[in-house]
Write a protein that binds this ligand. Sequence first.
Ligand SMILES: [Zn+2]
Length: 249
Amino acid sequence: MDRRNATGLNGQIHEALFNSHTGFLIDVTCNATRYTVVKPYTQFDPALLTKAPATCTGCRTILDAAPGAPRHPADIARECADILLTDADTRGYPPTLDDEGLRLAFTRLAPDTGHLRPLFEDLARGVYDPQNSYRTQPLYALTREHLADTLTERALQVPPNTPKVTVRYVRHTGGELQVPVGVGDRLTRNGLASGHWPTGTVTAVDTSGILVDFHDGYPPRHYHQHEVPRCFAFKRNRAPQPPAATPHS
Ligand SMILES: [Zn+2]
């Protein structure tokens, strides 16, 4: 997530929080929603970016860390994202990233979060969002962005000394990149022609290509290195691999 100052529609300068891969403006620090800087149904205008310091009092209070000021929303979201990720990892699945998935996770985790319990209960309750008909909160978008960042970092990691085979990875909040394939990754086969999009687990990577087990009763199938980008649509998010789990936790 990027933090840069931007001039709001009323002329005040806010600190704005951006998706680091697409440049999408997610929110402003003072919790006044992104619509203080972008008009509805339009894209963020890069000409509004400025190097000048923030003048909005809401943003200033948080940035100066004045006594009694609320914490920076990006920091709160980071803390929530870490809790969600740890919980998902313990269960052995990647975290869900859509609004309803986040709401259910906040609901389930709220009783066990100690001093964060009031915040989690707030997040679990959500507010009605007419844009997507699910309950959501401004903090959902920031939490989701932190989760997407962490999952992207994770998608870029493969066990050491793995021969280089790359495949497409699509970030949940937008932006795509080529990532390496490692043993244990789950890849979804491109089914544009067949309408069938099976997901398989990579069981081996060597200089000739990769072996993918589709869990369909047949032995793992071999794909040459040059076939991988064509045959596979994308790499899926994953929970950490057991040996790689310790150094990054
Ligand atoms: Zn502001």
